[in-house]
Structures are given as C-alpha cells and as structure tokens.
Design a protein around this ligand. Structure first.
Ligand code: ADP
Ligand code: MG
Length: 454
C-alpha cells in the first residue's frame, strides 16, 4: 500500500473517534512522508500542529497507525508543507462539500453570499456541532427536513457564517436554485421604499419567487407591525410551496419581544437550534485556523494563551489575529511565540477581553501551570499532554489540586486546561492529593513551596 493510502486509512480511523473540530484541525492537515524500519515521519503544516500532535495526540495517532500497519511504530512529527491531497482533507473531501464548477463566483455574490462564509472555513466544535449536523439535514433535503431552520445565539458566535455556508452548499448542489441571503432590516427598508414608490407588487414578487431565503437577524422585526405583516405573508407563501426558509436571531423566537404570536409559532414550526460561545478547545482550533489563513505561525503556548484570554466571541478572536498578523509582518517574526503575544497585549492595557486582567482566574491558572511546570522541570505542554509516565502523572495531580484549591477553577475547566481530561479524573486527582497530604510531610512541604512561588 502506498504511503498516501496508508495515511488516508489512518486518518479515516481517527475521524470516526474524534470530534470534527479536532479532526479537521489536527488530523486532516498531516501527511505521512516516509516509513522506514517502523519509523514514520509525519509532516504537519506548522509548528503548533507539530507540537500538539507530538504531545497530545501521539498515542491516538500511534494506535490508529499501528492498527493499519499491524506493527509497533515510532512516530515523528515534523514541520513541513503539506502537498495538497484533496482526498485526505476531511470534510472538504466529502461529496457534500465538493465544488461544482457550474456555479460561478457571481452566482454566489448575487445570492448575497460572502465567499469566506463556507463550511471549509467553519470550525465545528461542542458549541455548534448540533447546529452543524442539523444544517446537513437542510442541505440534504431543502424544504423538507427542517423548515424553517431557526438559528439563534449571541453576537459573533457564527450564526451568519453557518447560515451562509448552508447557502453555498445549496447553490453548489443546485446552481439553478433561486436563493437569497438578506438581513431582516433590508427586507424592512425595501418594503418601505416599495410603499413610497408604489412598487409593492414588484416587492412581493421579488421575494415570493425565491426557492430559499436566508434571513439574518430576524429580531429586527420586533415592534414593527407592518413589516411583520408583510413578512408573515412572504413566509407563508414560500413555506406553503415547500421552499426552504432559514432564519437567525440573537434570541429564540419566544423571547423576541413584540413579535406577533403567529410569527413566533411559524418560526418554531421547524427546527430551532442555538449556537453557544466556543469552549476552550474550539477557541484554540479557531485561533489556529485563522492564524493559518493569515500565514501566521503560532507556537502551542501562544495559541493556548490567546484561547484562554479571548473568551468573548469569535469576531474578537479575528480582530486579535489581525493585530498579530500586522505585528508578525512588521517584526519579521517567522514564529509568533507567547512572549511576543504577551508583550503586545499587555502593552495594550486590557484591550483583550476583561479576562485579561491579572485577577482573571484563567490567567492565574496559566501562571500556576507554568509555575508547576517549572517546579517539576517539565514543559507546560507535558502537564497538559497524554503521557502516563509516573512522574508526569504525579505532577499533573498536584497541579490539578492547586488549580482547584488556589485558583478555585471548576472541575470541568481544570480538566479542559489539563489536556481535555474528564472532570471525574480531576476529582480523583484532587482526592488523592488531599489524602496523601494527611500522611506525607514532604508532599506538604512541596505544595507549600509551589504556593509560595505563585
Ligand atoms: P454572528 O452572526 O453570530 O454574530 P458571524 O457569523 O458574523 O457571527 O461570525 C463572526 C466572525 O467569526 C465571522 O468572521 C465568522 O467567519 C467567524 N466565525 C464564527 N464562527 C466560526 C467558526 N465556527 N469557525 C470559524 N470562524 C467562525
Ligand atoms: Mg450575524
């Protein structure tokens, strides 16, 4: 079997067991470049990926690869450009996402779709995987599966992006589909203009002849009775004809004040799904993806630092990555490391989210992690890694204990910070250290020393 095929099979095996975000970010962008005497050299497209795969995902890669080769292999991850192999690129390779040349770029623009808002650019993780799965249902059976499809969530969580990604797919699958994206506000403004210019019939026809409408920020209709009335009729005309309606809002239908009951019940007649702000793992994946798109090479620690500290929304992540792009260009930095990131953002007086202040539990947690790592003569990545070596496990237990008792971080967050561990294993670590403390004066002394250097 050739190397590409062997790696493709290994990736397939991993795809089944991993969350889509993890697969897309860490596994899809790798390539097997040589295999000699059971030593496999695997290329990763940048230093961050390389580091993370070596530290956190080594065992996963190894077990899938050993399984494919029926041998006990050693894996070595190196940084090297990946020669694009469409087939091994995960989601981008599934038939659902393959481009059909029939639809030209103007097709998408005319439909009001932004070229960047595609599934290829969308990171899928815990906060949006349900919405993502439901979107696939809409794409498979437009007008039938979930109609209307109602997406809601806070600012910058990716509602517009996901909605437009569905639009792209529908249009790729059927270039003749009459599809239109528009903010609800545009609908309102056009209606008012149509009234002024006595062109109401044209207005009605324009919207009612469509096969699919993507209406963004429908909460705009709140309190605007006349616009609601017209939208209700447009909605009904399309819905009755089996046309797909996709809506977004900053809250669920029932929570939009001054929205007529009949509209609320129409909006809830299909599938209503929310998108939550991204968790730590997803933020890391998004940071990694956005940095890669801008050609910035971030170290593992730099990505973690940013993910810990930009917790507000994805638009903010993009803003910070943009700043880093400018800095890295100006300073001719090939690799952007944590020192550079910290230096830049600390000089900005809290321009990262408020979580950036020194009172932030997250930032204190990072500090504690690095103090513990230093104390045990390890790298932070080792503490957060998957190795079960005894000295690592002990250090990890003590770190977990201190994160819980000193920083008062919740169990779940400690688990996330220490490499995505389950909260029950963190609970066991805490209980074990607490029990050992009763009988072991050296352990007590050790913990005191760490506390003093915090
Ligand atoms: P919303 O409509 O919920 O306010 P947007 O869809 O406009 O948010 O997203 C804000 C920005 O964040 C956009 O530039 C979008 O591309 C990006 N973004 C949102 N969600 C994701 C994601 N899951 N993966 C990658 N980028 C995302
Ligand atoms: Mg939006």
């Amino acid at each position: 079997m050739d190397l590409d095929q062997l790696w493709k099979n290994t990736q397939e095996e991993l795809r089944v067991v991993l969350a889509p975000a993890v697969y897309q970010t860490f596994v899809a962008k790798t390539q097997l470049i040589s295999l000699q005497n059971s030593e496999a050299i695997i290329a990763c497209s940048n230093a961050y990926l390389c580091d993370l795969n070596q530290k956190r995902y080594y065992e996963l890669f190894k077990s899938a690869f050993d399984n494919q080769t029926k041998k006990d292999n050693r894996l070595k991850f190196i940084v090297q450009e990946i020669i694009k192999n469409e087939d091994s690129n995960g989601l981008a390779s599934s038939p659902l996402f393959s481009y059909q040349p029939k639809s030209s770029a103007t097709h998408f623009t005319q439909a009001g779709l932004h070229p960047n808002y595609t599934f290829e650019n969308l990171v899928v993780g815990n906060s949006n995987n349900f919405a993502y799965a439901a979107a696939q249902g809409v794409i498979k059976n437009p007008g039938l599966s979930y109609n209307p499809f109602f997406l809601w969530g806070g600012v910058g969580v990716g509602k517009t992006h996901l909605m437009q990604a569905i639009g792209h797919e529908l249009l790729k699958n059927n270039p003749d589909l009459k599809i239109k994206y528009f903010p609800a506000e545009t609908f309102g403004n056009e209606l008012i203009n149509a009234l002024k210019t006595k062109a109401i019939n044209q207005f009605k026809n324009k919207y009612r002849q469509l096969d699919c409408i993507l209406v963004d920020d429908i909460q705009f209709l709140a309190g605007k009775e006349y616009i609601q009335e017209e939208f209700f009729h447009t909605f009904n005309a399309l819905h009755l004809a089996g046309k797909q309606v996709i809506l977004t809002s900053d809250r669920k239908p029932g929570d939009i004040k001054e929205l007529e009951d009949r509209l609320v019940s129409r909006f809830m007649g299909g599938l209503t799904v929310d998108i939550q702000p991204p968790d730590l793992e997803m933020r890391s994946a998004i940071i990694q993806q956005k940095a890669q798109n801008k050609g910035i090479d971030l170290t593992f620690e730099a990505v973690q630092f940013l993910a810990d500290n930009i917790q507000s929304n994805i638009r903010d992540i993009e803003g910070k990555i943009q700043e880093l792009a400018v800095i890295s260009l100006a300073q001719n930095h090939k690799l952007v490391d944590i020192d550079l990131v910290q230096k830049h953002f600390s000089s900005q007086n809290g321009s990262l989210s408020s979580a950036f202040s020194s009172s932030s539990p997250r930032l204190n947690a990072r500090h504690l992690l690095s103090v513990c790592a230093k104390y045990f003569n390890l790298k932070t990545g080792d503490l957060c890694g998957s190795s079960r070596k005894k000295e690592l496990v002990t250090a990890r237990h003590i770190t977990a204990y201190l994160l819980l008792t000193e920083i008062k971080l919740p169990l779940k967050e400690v688990g996330e910070l220490l490499g995505g561990r389950d909260h029950t294993s963190i609970m066991h670590a805490r209980d074990k250290v607490a029990a050992d403390l009763q009988t072991s004066p050296p352990l007590k002394e050790l913990i005191n020393q760490i506390k003093n250097s915090l």
